[in-house]
Ligand binder design. Sequence first.
Ligand SMILES: *Cc1c(COP(=O)(O)O)cnc(C)c1O
Length: 397
Amino acid sequence: MNRIYADNAATTKMSRHATEVMLDVMENTYANPSSLHTPGQLAAVKLAESRQKIASILNCEPREIIFTSGGSEADNQAILSAAVIGEKKKKKHIISTKFEHHAVLHTLKKLEKQGFEVTYLDVHSNGIVRVEELEAAIRPDTILVTVMYANNEIGTIQPIRAIGEVCRKHEVLFHTDAVQAAGHLPLDVQADNIDMLSLSAHKFHGPKGVGALYARKGIAISTLIEGGAQERNRRAGTENLPAIVAMAAALEDAVANMEENNKYVSSLRDKLINGLSSIPHSTLTGDRENRLPGCASFCFEGIEGEALLLLLDQKGVCGSSGSACTSGSLDPSHVLLSIGLPHEVAHGSLRLTLCPENTPEEMDVIIQAVTDVVAYLRSISPVWNDLQKGKKEYVIQ
Ligand SMILES: *Cc1c(COP(=O)(O)O)cnc(C)c1O
């Protein structure tokens, strides 16, 4: 079957370039960068070059980049480091949002158990945090603001520069989970006043299991993994050099082609949004304008997202749902609830996330498939029957 992959927010296919670079390092530069012999030193050079490439893209110094096992680890390390700093200064208040990734939210929950207080800002119906509300939440004991750059389920982009300005003004640390943004949106930690930033290679056509944490110099970063002195004593363990070199190559490519890719991918997204919007009692989730170029996310009233996904899969369309079916939980997505959707609507969600390999023809196939499957599922849905007969009110008009 010809499959259409529209789940790029979950992970991307590695680019040919990143794959080639990775294979080359695996075959030819396998020595340990900490070894003193020549092959070891050649590996150390590749490591330094990769760090330099990523630093120049983020507009920071190479020593401000810590390589990690991915976005989750970078998020954990950033937040836990800020907590250690806060503990020392007797500042135990953190500001975040209701719709962060679980790598952030679960770390914050852990800190709440340790006596930290967390304010979870509302993201309103458009899925965008309001800077004036963020500023109003800052207290004398606030140590950290952590707000994602772009949301992974509904694709909404946060006013990162304005948030950075406010944090700088009030001398509060600012971390952003830029995992969905890196390679897709401009990154400049100086201009945006970002103190810590997380990224992950597999969201921009690099390998899985590798990421980076940018931490402004002077911020005391705590270790999550004890051992050797790698990463200037901030992350022990022999560096995953093949993946790190491939990540740098993938990020360089993504940034070099960003404008062109975004123009193309957003045209596909808009085609999808226009096509799917004609399904009755459906709604786009998240702001129409301030969204990632590749993200189309919807809710359809009267259906279950899981059933929709399975039937789409049978038609060769790979998407995902905001409802947490994969985690074995019946709770709908915290992201969809955070933008004010009621449970029954949040259950009928669909996220389609695109990349430059997708085609306009694929969008036509997806639109037809989703239209057909939604109609079928509604035809067998007792909830839809009640809505049609007027026994229940539609939430989505
Ligand atoms: C994917 C993702 C993560 C986790 O990154 P991993 O590299 O898979 O650990 C964190 N935050 C956001 C917003 C993501 O989309």
